[in-house]
Design a protein around this ligand. Structure first.
Ligand code: NAD
Length: 313
């Protein structure tokens, strides 16, 4: 199968590397020249618990003129969603990105019948140009967006699973995406504002009250869009994932983006909740405030007091 990875940071490389190793014809598209050059020069280096290996998967800079792929997997940050590569009359497009709004953007590239969406809990880090670290295990869940059974979704699940990326199909792709949005609207944003690892958040006495207030707003907006967000289930999942024994010193991706001076996905998380709430005539003041606070952090991160204090040591 011909596969184009549109956005080959940590996750794009993880999926592209696995599909290439499984025998598919893969190209990794990305916008970072040093990263693309490093992959083409020495292969994509993948480090995991078993060690480190190089995978000779080809990479190219956006936009690459190519024959239409059978499958385009979009893994840009949600701030830069676009389906790159040529899309032919039978190309499927799959997004597993975090946040809201990706589906709406991708509908302008491909008819909804060939658009698949979902989430993944596979953790991956980009260590440097051409080098990723694949963390632990995780699951990918995807589905079609229209009603009824989807052969496209079934085939894609089989392709990913056979490549060593455990995947299952869902009849409720939007519900799955919203559940992850709810999780990230709490976890990513609060860990970023407080500058703490995820394990410290669940240990905070006021966590349940704070998280529930944010989740109530998320659930109200989801309900206005016909999607059920189960607040109790979201809290249980957070408790399990923030367990210090399981999560250790893991830093939320939004906090890592701030630390690296890169744009966060806040506009696609709490920002999207605030904007959609306004459109539906619903109040979502916490999500609006969180969006503004993370915006303040993005604008002022290098001037943080502990940063300046560190400079004076
Ligand atoms: P990433 O941050 O690894 O890469 C995003 C883009 O930034 C890529 O184009 C990459 O080349 C570029 N980039 C990264 N470092 C750079 C640098 N130093 N200089 C220039 N460009 C640089 O993104 P990701 O973690 O793969 O996330 C993609 C999507 O998947 C997001 O929506 C994310 O929320 C979601 N996601 C990520 C994970 C994860 O564990 N990484 C898990 C689930 C979902």
């Amino acid at each position: 199968m011909k596969v184009t990875i549109a956005g080959s940071g940590a996750m794009g490389c993880r999926f592209g590397g696995a599909l290439f190793s499984a025998g598919h014809e893969v190209v990794l598209l990305d916008g970072w020249p040093e990263h693309v050059a490093a992959i083409n020069a020495g292969g994509l280096r993948i480090s995991d618990e078993a060690g480190s290996r190089a995978v000779r998967v080809p990479a190219a800079l956006f936009p690459a003129a190519a024959d239409p792929a059978d499958l385009v997997i979009v893994f840009t940050k949600a701030t830069a969603t676009a389906a790159a590569g040529a899309i032919g009359p039978s190309t499927l497009v799959l997004t597993l990105q975090n946040g809201l709004g990706n589906i709406e953007v991708l509908r302008s590239y491909v008819p909804q019948a060939r658009l698949l969406a979902g989430t993944t809990t596979l953790g991956t880090e980009l260590l440097g140009p051409g080098h990723i670290r694949a963390l632990g295990s995780g699951e990918t869940v995807l589905g079609a967006l229209g009603p009824g059974h989807s052969d496209h979704a079934d085939r894609t699940v089989l392709t990913l699973s056979a490549a060593g990326l455990p995947t299952r199909v869902t009849a409720d792709a939007l519900g799955v995406i919203w559940a992850k949005v709810a999780f990230n609207c709490v976890m990513n944003s609060l860990c970023s504002i407080a500058s703490i690892p995820v394990s410290a958040l669940a240990a905070y006495d006021g966590f349940d009250a704070l998280a529930s207030s944010i989740l109530r707003e998320v659930a109200a907006v989801a309900a206005a869009e016909g999607v059920v967000v189960d607040i109790a289930a979201a809290l249980r999942l957070m408790k399990a994932q923030f367990d210090p024994a399981a999560s250790g010193g893991h830093l939320a991706s939004m906090l890592q983006d701030l630390m690296n001076g890169r744009p966060t996905e806040i506009a696609q998380l709490n920002g999207a909740i605030a904007a959609r709430a306004a459109a539906h005539g619903i109040e979502a003041p916490l999500n609006a405030l969180i969006t503004q606070l993370v915006g303040l952090l993005e604008a002022t991160w290098p001037r943080r007091v502990n940063h300046l204090h560190g400079d004076r040591q």
